[in-house]
Design a protein. Structure first.
Length: 447
C-alpha cells in the first residue's frame, strides 16, 4: 500500500501543472497581443513622422542655394542616445537629397511608392508630395521592435514567477487542510489490522466520509461477531472432543489392568498408544483451530516473563526431560506486549515441545528472555539448510527426525504470533556455534 501515490500528491501535481500551464498560456497570449499592438504603435509613429517631414523638407529645399547637393542633417544629441528612426529624402529618380544623422548615404531598399515596406533592417514608410516629385522614407529598427516585445514579455513573465509559487504554496496548504480528515480516517482504518477491532469514532469527519466510516464500523462489528462465534465454537468443540477420547483412553487403561493374557494385553496396549497419539493430534488440531479463529487478536496485554515462567513450570512438573529446560532472563522490569496470554502460552508450549522432541537428548533447551522482551529458544540439533528451515514452517511438515510429532507446532506458533504482530525467526546453526537450532520470537518495537 505504501507504494501507491497519495491523493494529496496527485492533487498537488495536477493543480500545479494546470496553474503553471494556464499562466504560461496567458503570458504567451499577452505577448502575442502586445507584439501586434507594438507593431501598430511603431507603424503609426513611422507614418506620422514621414507625413510631418514632407512639408518641412519641401520648404527647406526651396530655400537652398544648391538644390542638387545632398544634405546631411546634423542634430545635437548626447553620446549615449540612440536614433530609433532614420529617414531619407529622395527625388523621383531615387537620388538621396537629405538624410538623418545615422541614415546611410545609399538609398533605402524600399521602392518609391507611398505605404509601408518591410526591409531586412527594419520597416519603412514612404510619404510623398502631391506631385510625387519628393519622397520621404522613414525607417525604424527591427531590433528595437524585437527588444520592445521581449521586454514587454519579460514584464508579464516576472510576476508569474512570483505568483505561481505563492499559488502552489496556498493550494498545498488548502489541500492538506481539506484532506486531513481523509488521512485521519486512513490511519484509523490502518490500525485495524491486528487485535484492535473497536469501532472508529466519527470525530470531525465531513459528511462525504461518514458513509465510509459507517460501512467500516459495520464490517468491524460483523468481524467481531464472527470471531466471537468461531472462538466459542472452537472452545465447545474442544470440550466435546477431549471428553470421549479421554473416556476411551481411561477405559483402555482399566482394561489393561484387568487383562492377564499376553496377546489380548498387547492389543490393548496398541489401542492405548493409538489413543494417546490421537489425543496429542487432537490437541494440536484444536490449537490450530483456535489459532485460525484469531484468539491472538485482542486488545489485552500480557507479561512475557510471567507467561514464560508458568509454561516452563508446567513442563518441569509434567515432562520427563524437566532437567534439560533452562530459563534465563535479561529483563530488568516487566515487559508488556499486546495479545492474549493464553495464545502466547500455546506458542511457547509448542516451541519448547519442539525443542525437547527434536533436539539432541543430551543437549539442554535454553529459553532466554532478552532485554527488549523477545524470546530465544535454543536446542542442540544437526545443522539445517535454508530449504529445510523454510519447509518446517509448513503444516504437517517435519524435519530430519524420527521423533513422534504432528508437524503442526511451528505452523500454530507462527499463526498466533502473526496475530500479535510478532514474528518467528528460525536459525540454524545457532549464531556463534557450528550447529544447533534457534527459534526466536521477535515483538514489534514499542514507540
Amino acid at each position: 500500500m505504501r507504494g501507491g501515490r497519495s491523493l494529496a500528491g496527485q492533487l498537488m501535481l495536477w493543480i500545479t501543472a494546470t496553474i503553471t500551464l494556464l499562466w504560461l498560456v496567458a503570458v504567451g497570449f499577452g505577448a502575442f497581443v502586445m507584439h501586434d499592438e507594438f507593431g501598430e504603435i511603431f507603424d503609426s509613429a513611422l507614418q506620422e513622422t514621414a507625413e510631418r517631414l514632407v512639408p518641412l523638407v519641401v520648404d527647406d529645399l526651396r530655400h537652398r542655394d544648391e538644390p542638387n547637393a545632398p544634405l546631411r542633417i546634423e542634430a545635437t544629441r548626447g553620446p549615449s542616445e540612440e536614433e530609433y528612426l532614420t529617414y531619407q529624402v529622395r527625388d523621383e529618380t531615387g537620388r538621396v537629397l537629405l538624410h538623418s544623422h545615422t541614415a546611410p548615404v545609399e538609398p533605402f531598399g524600399a521602392p518609391l511608392k507611398v505605404g509601408f515596406w518591410e526591409g531586412r533592417k527594419g520597416r519603412i514608410y514612404t510619404a510623398a508630395t502631391l506631385d510625387e516629385t519628393i519622397f520621404v522614407q522613414v525607417q525604424d529598427s527591427a531590433k528595437e521592435r524585437r527588444e520592445a516585445t521581449r521586454e514587454g514579455s519579460l514584464a508579464l513573465l516576472l510576476p508569474v514567477l512570483l505568483i505561481v509559487p505563492l499559488t502552489i504554496t496556498a493550494v498545498w496548504f488548502i489541500v492538506r487542510r481539506v484532506l486531513a480528515p481523509v488521512e485521519t480516517l486512513r490511519a484509523a482504518i490502518g490500525e485495524k489490522d491486528g487485535g484492535n477491532l473497536a469501532a472508529i469514532e466519527a470525530v470531525g469527519l465531513p459528511q462525504e466520509l461518514r458513509p465510509i466510516l459507517r460501512s467500516v464500523n459495520l464490517l468491524l462489528a460483523r468481524l467481531r461477531a464472527v470471531l466471537a462465534a468461531e472462538r466459542e465454537f472452537t472452545s465447545n468443540s474442544a470440550h466435546e472432543l477431549r471428553t470421549p477420547i479421554a473416556g476411551a483412553l481411561a477405559q483402555t487403561q482399566l482394561l489393561l489392568s484387568e487383562l492377564t493374557d499376553v496377546p489380548e494385553r498387547a492389543r490393548a496396549q496398541q489401542i492405548e498408544a493409538s489413543l494417546q497419539k490421537l489425543t496429542k493430534l487432537t490437541e494440536k488440531l484444536l490449537q490450530l483451530a483456535r489459532a485460525e479463529a484469531g484468539i491472538g487478536m485482542t486488545e489485552n496485554t500480557f507479561d512475557v516473563a510471567d507467561v514464560a515462567r508458568v509454561v516452563v513450570t508446567d513442563f518441569q512438573r509434567a515432562s520427563a526431560d524437566a532437567g534439560r529446560i533452562r530459563l534465563t532472563s535479561d529483563l530488568a522490569a516487566p515487559v508488556l506486549h499486546e495479545g492474549e496470554a493464553d495464545a502466547f502460552a500455546i506458542v511457547l508450549r509448542n516451541l519448547i515441545e519442539n525443542a525437547l522432541l527434536h533436539g539432541r537428548a543430551d543437549a539442554p533447551v535454553d529459553i532466554h528472555l532478552t532485554g527488549a522482551g523477545d524470546v530465544r529458544i535454543r536446542n542442540g540439533a544437526p545443522r539445517m539448510s535454508d530449504e529445510e528451515l523454510a519447509a518446517v514452517r509448513k503444516r504437517f511438515a517435519r524435519g530430519r527426525t524420527l521423533a513422534a510429532g504432528s508437524g503442526l507446532g511451528l505452523s500454530i506458533a507462527e499463526r498466533l504470533l502473526g496475530q500479535m504482530q510478532a514474528s518467528l525467526v528460525l536459525t540454524s546453526p545457532i549464531p556463534g556455534m557450528p550447529d544447533g537450532f534457534q527459534a526466536e520470537i521477535v515483538f514489534p518495537t514499542r514507540s
